[in-house]
Write a protein of this length. Structure first.
Lengths: 865, 338
């Protein structure tokens, strides 16, 4: 088949390569070009030596992840062999008419191919066809024992389910590691998007424009999804199960758009419609509980079921127009109402036959009759309105007034449900949950003026306001005032300076989290001082600058810089008026804070570019940039009180005055976390002409990112330690697995070396040799340790490494003869040691994208005809 | 016989299409060069169509060509050149003077840049507004309807900062840059995207290099997939009314309405994601669980620091379990577990 396709491609190309004169109208005009040849890549994935040597825990037999399904080929089809990089053909005045026809393609015949074909007459009509394929590979280290027995139904071998059900908690890790994981089968979660678009445009006169577009896109494949069978996210040896599965993706997305525009020199009107229709061909994901085959009970479901995205459709109308109002005023406006609908049939609450208390308490959760309604009838209406008035009262002055209104009105009806969490928890009757259709309305006003004081130089000052009204959120109304200013300066044609500054102050009228008024376990469910950053009070300052300078024709220099600084930590207003710190004064380990949540979000960047033409043959270029990100948040470990049968926690008396069973909710258990990231990018290269025919370009680039999540406690562990101060409401709880400790550094480096050689053989023939080397280094504590079973690795706790061996966990063999001691940090998993069962009953896919290095060589011929 | 594969279904019509295109075009092969090779009808029309009252200052393109033959040779192969060759309006019929203004003074002065009423580029004596007005006299509609007062307009950007007119239609195929660009008919720009935009938006260049990115570098998505640089009535010059409508035009499955909605998701995808690229998985601004911790100061596990090896931290963090975080339509999905 592949040979046939290559032959077909060659035949097509041969047609294109036929002397253009046979087909063309204009003998002397170029009609297009084609760039084709062969390509070859080689290299290896080397970021997970533990997989290669089989020394990791829970990863089965040794294997080498494939290069082409690695990050290297994330959005590409990198197969070796015949290759059409691109072709482009265009004929004007076909059949002696005024019409033209063109066809372009990229990556022809590969799974990332694109085509664009057009037939039309300039200024009159156009019919265009576009086709695109875009692959997306998620991982090349994934394996599973699940098999898809029907669309959306994943089954696990019954014999193994039986084995796991019969295995004691202590032996689970051993059985999984030795009997299950070695049998896991490879699977590459990936999707491919295929989209075809037909566009037709017609201009019956110069004043009219009619257009129509239809696009159909399919998206198929699988992507990883995590699923838990428990009421809370936990899968220990005693409760809960979890699986990671390939989520089946089988979508169709149809888009229809048509519109018309009529306009004259000083005004124009547009009207149009857009409809978007999403169709999911697999509506639910059902899977076997690998740890249970029989004896279903409330906490031990035999299967789980997930609702995949429901079909939906959206319709928008668009009306827009612009007109001059006299000599100095120009008005533009747009009005776009939209309707969003979704009415997929609901699934039952659960597949668990042991859950019998859904609905009114007498109906099984597996019964559709238990539901208050068969489907949601989801309905939203949006309305976007924009009006902009610009004026140039004087030649060098421009003023603008703009008003924008966006309404996101959620008309979805409200119902009461009795959810069965995770297919493993009987609903508590009397605590039915209602859906809360969220909606909002945003209004924006902008007033600005520009003074163009000399050529290419201007000064801008403006004021903006944003009014936000929300339903079913913490802030029902807020106002943000913004002042903007910008200066563009070009004292001569060689120098351009652009700077801008923006200062914004967002103030909610009030902040009320309804959940913070609900009491559970003798404390509010949500902290009354918690503030969600997207609606909380915020002071924002941002500034940008750019300088471009060409002192002489051969040299161009540019430099840029910018910063964005969001400050949420403001005393008073909707935040607390006094500091919430437990420790104050000299003892405080951090500056005062007046809320919980995000306090600061700061980023800044700078860089430069340079281009220097050493001679007419050689041009050098270099770039450097740095970005820094800094986000700081503060939160509090909050634990509700324990009942008489609960575990003693040492947090004072509970509401029934039982000692050591009180709620823990004091600032002594506040902790902070700062996410920092630094990204440096270097690149340098040269473009060189050798004589008039040969051309060489070469460059090296490096993108290097390092990130760290730093966490620490803010209370007093000395005077209120774990022990001996029991029965103390301020008891310090951030110890052991509750410790706020830093995570290991993440590293992400991408080196690339590129050399391209081109030689102009004739006027029409340009052979090209291209070599690329990529080296990608990736270390991420969240994914680099991932294997199919994580029940035997654990973090290094905030203290001495654990020394006890967890039953059933074997130790990795660093060499063929030397097992690593249990409790010692693994060389493969940064920050991890052997011996933990916190995810004892969770089977993963082992999703990772390890480091790689790759060489890529192409030899192509660019032929112009 | 085996059924045709999708590849065949695509390739065969493509090849047949190519052949048809070539055959179609070839019907006129061997004929004399078309009318454009002779006296341009546009200019003839221009003379005929020019308003009589304005003729005094307009000299017609034929006069221009006597000195500027090279420019005319390049211009006639551009899209504008093609349109003007079949002019639909009196303005188009003016040819060179439609953009450069009346040429009488220039002719009478025997040439010279300073006598051209409207010139384009950095060394032009004309203001940016004057240059842009020349372009907007024809191009004020379509996706330029909202140009006036747009961010690029108010920063004094000239159309010719990005566009070039006298560029032949067929450009070299070689893409030696670091980014591929989607196929486009728009050949009148000085560089292909995203390089064109990155000249000024240099911070975005750095972001596009990140490990977690949409397929910009691979040429499947580019700046104008989401933004309209000519101005739009929407924030950030987006094509759609809001950030979410923009994102959801491709990620339609997340559009809802859902039974259980996560308000920050429905309000703004950019609350959690940075679409231009990040170093965190899933284009997240901050990795999990911190992206969730920033808002959820509830009880129990959302407020625990989460040790490194916690299931709430590694792999996909919170979404190992709360995998329907973008919204759920499952009756038991109130906590986004289903």
């Amino acid at each position: 088949m592949r040979k046939f396709m290559q032959f077909a491609a060659l035949a097509g190309i041969a047609l294109l390569l036929c002397p253009a004169g046979l087909f063309a109208q204009e003998q002397s005009t170029e009609h297009g070009s084609i760039d084709f040849g062969v390509r070859y890549d080689w290299g290896e994935v080397d970021g997970r030596p533990d997989l290669l040597s089989g020394q990791c825990l829970g990863c089965g037999s040794p294997f080498q992840p494939s290069l082409n399904s690695s990050k290297y080929g994330e959005y590409r089809d990198m197969r070796n062999g015949f290759y059409v990089r691109r072709f482009d053909v265009k004929f004007e005045n076909v059949l002696d008419s005024k019409n033209y026809v063109s066809l372009q393609s990229q990556k022809t015949l590969y799974r990332d191919q694109s085509y664009l074909g057009t037939f039309g007459q300039y200024g009159k009509f156009k019919i265009q066809f576009r086709y695109d394929e875009t692959p997306h590979i998620y991982s090349n280290t994934t394996r599973t024992l699940f098999t898809e027995t029907a669309p959306g139904v994943w089954s696990f071998p019954a014999l193994l389910r039986q084995t796991l059900q019969a295995t004691t908690a202590a032996n689970l890790p051993s059985v999984i590691n030795t009997q299950l994981v070695p049998q896991f089968n490879f699977l590459t979660p990936s999707i491919i998007r295929k989209a075809g678009t037909v566009l037709a445009a017609y201009n019956p006169t110069a004043d009219w424009d009619l257009n129509f577009l239809f696009r159909r896109e399919s998206e198929k494949g699988t992507r990883p999804i995590g699923l838990v069978m428990n009421s809370s996210p936990s899968t220990t040896t005693s409760s809960g199960y979890g699986v990671e599965l390939p989520e089946p993706v089988n979508y169709f997305i149809n888009t229809v758009r048509f519109g018309a525009e009529y306009g004259r020199r000083s005004w124009a009107l547009q009207a149009g419609y857009m409809g978007s229709f999403f169709q999911n061909n697999i509506g639910a994901l059902t899977w076997d509980n690998p740890f249970r085959l029989t004896l279903e009970s409330a906490g031990n479901p035999l299967t789980g079921r997930m609702d995949l995205y429901p079909d939906n459709h959206a319709h928008y109308l668009l009306f827009a127009g612009g007109t001059d109002l006299g000599k100095y005023l120009h008005l533009t406006g747009s009005l776009s109402p939209g309707w969003l609908r979704q009415n997929d049939a609901f699934l039952p609450y659960s597949t668990n036959t042991a859950l019998l208390t859904c609905g009114d308490g007498t109906q099984a959760c597996t019964s559709l009759a238990a539901l208050p309604v068969a489907s949601l009838g989801g309905s939203k209406q949006t309305l976007a309105m924009n009006y902009t008035l610009t004026t140039t009262p004087w030649k060098n002055l421009q003023a603008k007034a703009a008003y924008r209104h966006y309404d996101y009105n959620n008309n979805t009806p409200v119902f009461s449900f009795t959810p069965a969490e995770g297919d493993a928890s009987a609903p508590a009757l009397g605590t039915a949950v209602e859906n809360t259709p969220f909606g909002y309305n945003r209004k924006n006003l902008e007033l600005s003026g520009n003074w163009f004081f000399t050529k290419r130089s201007s000064f801008k000052i403006g004021y903006e306001a944003e009014w936000m009204d929300r339903a079913h959120r913490d802030v029902t109304h807020s106002l943000e005032n913004t002042i903007v200013t910008a200066l563009d300066l070009s004292p001569n044609k060689d120098l351009l300076v652009r700077i801008s500054y923006r200062h914004a102050d967002r103030k909610p009228d009030a902040y009320l989290d309804d959940v913070s008024e609900e009491i559970s376990g003798n404390i509010p469910v949500d902290s009354p001082y918690g503030r969600r950053f997207d609606e909380a009070a915020r002071l924002r300052n941002s500034a940008d600058g750019l300088v471009q300078y060409s002192p002489f024709d051969k040299l161009t220099l540019s430099a840029f810089g910018g910063t964005l600084q969001d400050d949420y930590n403001r005393a008073g207003g909707t935040n607390n008026a006094t500091a919430l710190n437990f420790l104050t004064g000299a003892a405080a380990t951090t500056s005062p804070y007046y809320l919980y949540g995000l306090l600061k979000d700061i980023s800044y960047n700078y860089g430069f570019n340079a281009d220097y033409a050493v001679s007419t043959e050689v041009t050098l270029f270099a770039e450097y940039s740095r970005e820094n990100y800094h986000k700081r948040m503060i939160t509090r470990y909050r634990a509700p009180e324990q009942g008489a049968t609960g575990t003693a926690n040492g947090c004072g008396p509970n509401s029934a005055l039982l000692p050591d069973r009180g709620a823990c909710d004091t600032p002594n258990n506040d902790w902070e976390s700062t996410s920092r990231e630094r990204v440096d990018i270097w690149s340098a290269g040269a473009d060189t002409y050798v004589g008039k025919k040969a051309y060489i370009t070469a460059y090296y680039s490096l993108s290097a990112a390092r990130g760290i999540v730093f966490s620490s406690y803010l209370g007093d562990p000395i005077n209120h330690p774990n022990q001996p101060l029991a029965n103390d409401p301020n008891r310090f709880m951030l110890v052991g697995t509750n410790s706020a400790t830093p995570y290991p550094e993440t590293v992400n480096r991408n080196h690339e070396v590129v050399v391209i050689f081109k030689y102009k053989l004739t006027k029409n023939l340009l052979p090209k040799l291209e070599y690329r080397y990529q080296r990608w280094d990736y270390k991420d504590y969240q994914t680099s340790p991932m294997t199919q079973y994580m029940g035997c690795v654990s973090p290094i706790p905030n203290g001495p490494p654990v020394t006890n061996s967890v039953a059933g966990c074997t130790t990795p063999l660093l060499t063929s003869n030397t097992p690593s001691p249990v409790g010692v940090a693994s060389p493969f998993y940064p920050g991890y040691v052997v011996g933990d069962t916190s995810s004892a009953r969770f089977l993963f896919l082992g999703v990772d994208q390890p480091s790689y290095h790759a060489h890529y060589l192409t030899a192509t011929l660019e032929y112009h005809f | 016989m085996k059924p045709a594969t999708p590849l065949q279904l695509i390739a065969l019509p493509l090849i047949l299409g190519c052949a048809a295109v070539l055959a179609f075009a070839g019907a006129g092969a061997g004929q004399p060069a078309n009318k454009e090779a002779g006296p341009a009808p546009a200019q003839e029309k221009a003379k005929a169509a020019a308003p009589a009252g304005a003729d005094g200052d307009y000299v017609g393109s034929d006069t221009c060509i006597t000195c500027h033959e090279d420019q005319q040779r390049r211009f006639k192969n551009t899209i504008m050149g093609k349109v003007m060759a079949n002019s639909r309006t009196p303005l188009e019929a003016r040819g060179c003077e439609a953009c450069h203004g009346p040429g009488k003074a220039h002719v009478e002065a025997g040439g010279g840049k300073e006598t051209i009423p409207v010139r384009f580029g950095r060394d032009s004596k004309n203001s940016v507004a004057e240059q842009n007005d020349a372009c907007l006299s024809c191009h004020a509609r379509g996706n330029r309807l909202f140009w006036k007062g747009s961010p690029h307009d108010s920063r004094g950007m000239a159309c010719v900062d990005c566009h070039q007119v006298k560029q032949e239609l067929h450009v070299a195929l070689s893409s030696d840059g670091r980014y591929n660009a989607p196929l486009s008919e728009n050949r009148g720009v000085k560089k292909s995207q995203p390089e064109l935009c990155l000249q000024c938006h240099q911070m975005r260049r750095a972001q596009l290099q990140r490990s977690s990115h949409m397929p910009y570098r691979e040429g499947k998505v580019t700046c104008t997939s989401c933004h309209n640089p000519h101005g739009s009535p929407n924030p950030k010059q987006l094509l759609q009314s809001t950030t979410n409508e923009n994102c959801l035009s491709c990620h339609t499955e997340r559009r809802g309405p859902f039974l259980w909605e996560h308000p920050p998701v429905m309000e703004n995808c950019a609350n959690c994601h940075e679409p231009h690229g990040t170093s965190n998985p899933q284009l997240l601004k901050v990795r999990m669980p911190r992206v969730c911790d920033s808002c959820h100061v509830a009880t129990r596990h959302p407020t625990q620091a989460q040790p490194l090896g916690s299931i709430k931290n590694f792999n996909r963090g919170c979404t190992n379990c709360h995998s329907a975080i973008h919204g759920s339509n499952h009756p038991s999905g109130d906590k986004f577990l289903r």
